[in-house]
Design a protein around this ligand. Structure first.
Ligand code: TXA
Ligand code: MG
Length: 320
């Protein structure tokens, strides 16, 4: 049986016994296990149905603990760590042998992050091992941003979900690393590109929708609802599908559509606020996926600030 609660010591006990726990972070909920225990790590892959070539992020309670698992942080990345941790940033760093190969899918670098969510920070600081945690959704589906989302999909597969409310950011962390002296953004996320540039100057953003990705989990189709997800100009898509007599859901940035049942629509932010839109994005995708509609219509946001990371998730949801 799976229960939801706020009991940090219960979560700690389960994790110490090699079990998995759903944990809140400021980005999305994670499916956490002892990162140093290969058995717990393989349970994560099984529970998520995740292919073993897709490595996991290791979470610690403090910046200082990162050096227990990684060797020599480059000065530029250290600047980013100081500026954004705890927070929605993941860094790729050379791993120490103590990190099981299973965690990194055999790669030399490990992805590390210090999350800022207070419950999970307290949990991490109480443990004497770090937590490997991918987003707590079945592989390829929409990431969870509330404890109930984790319950909906992993009920019966894990015994406990730590409830930290709705995620403040609502998008996964920004993944950053270095190659030949150049700072690379592998995944757009909660920390904006402009904020990273302010600290390190120029950066290279890797193509995000590759099907032969450098960051192994960056598959083109991801974060996807089960219903067909059509991205385009809503002003045109709505009348087009209405004329066809189809019942559809609408996921819009700011606007309501009079002609569509209000219960089949989700507006991300009436005022056009990117942060609010990011907070609502995955819950809205889940909501519409559960409506009795045959497809979901949506639109891209302006390509700036967090809009870039939101558009990345929308494009992946529409890729098949
Ligand atoms: O916000 C987040 O990052 C959330 C919360 C729970 O921390 N976690 C998350 O994990 O989004 P996941 O597993 O859903 O996505 C992690 C991404 C994957 O695309 C994976 O391929 C990449 O990070 N990754 C992990 N370790 C890597 C490594 N050693 N080298 C390259 N990419 C790596
Ligand atoms: Mg994920």
């Amino acid at each position: 049986m799976t229960t939801i609660g706020k009991d940090i010591s219960k979560a700690k006990q389960l994790l110490e016994a090699g079990e998995l726990v759903g944990i809140p972070t400021e980005t999305v909920y994670g499916l956490a296990g002892n990162a140093l225990d290969p058995k717990a790590v393989s349970k994560i892959f099984e529970t998520k149905n995740r292919p073993s070539f897709d490595p996991l992020i290791v979470h610690t309670g403090s910046i200082e603990q990162i050096s227990d698992y990684t060797t020599g942080v480059l000065p530029e990345l250290e600047e980013l760590a100081k500026r954004f941790w705890p927070g929605p940033l993941t860094l790729l760093l050379p791993k120490k042998a103590i990190v099981p190969d299973l965690v990194t899918s055999g790669l030399e670098q490990v992805a590390v992050r210090v999350p800022s969510h207070p419950l999970t920070r307290e949990l991490l600081l109480s443990l004497d091992f770090p937590l490997a945690a991918p987003s707590a959704n079945p592989f390829g589906y929409i990431s969870p941003t509330q404890a109930s989302h984790v319950m909906d999909q992993l009920e019966g597969k894990i015994s406990y979900i730590l409830d930290g409310g709705s995620c403040d950011i609502g998008l996964e962390s920004t993944i950053v690393g270095m190659e030949q002296g150049e700072i690379i953004i592998y995944r757009l996320g909660g920390v904006e590109v402009s904020a990273i540039k302010e600290v390190v100057g120029n950066v290279l953003i890797l193509p995000q929708s590759s099907s032969n990705p450098k960051s192994p989990g960056m598959l083109k189709s991801h974060y996807a609802p089960r219903k067909p997800f059509v991205l385009g100009e809503l002003e045109q898509l709505v009348p087009h599908y209405q004329a066809k007599g189809e019942r559809f859901g609408v996921l819009s940035f700011q606007k309501h559509f009079e002609a569509v049942d209000a219960a089949d629509q989700s507006v991300l932010s009436e005022s056009g606020d990117f942060k609010e839109a990011a907070q609502h994005l995955f819950a809205a995708m889940r909501y519409l996926d559960q409506r009795d509609v045959s497809l979901i219509l949506s639109e891209e946001l302006p390509e700036k600030g967090l809009g870039k990371a939101i558009n990345d998730r929308l494009r992946r949801a529409s890729a098949k």
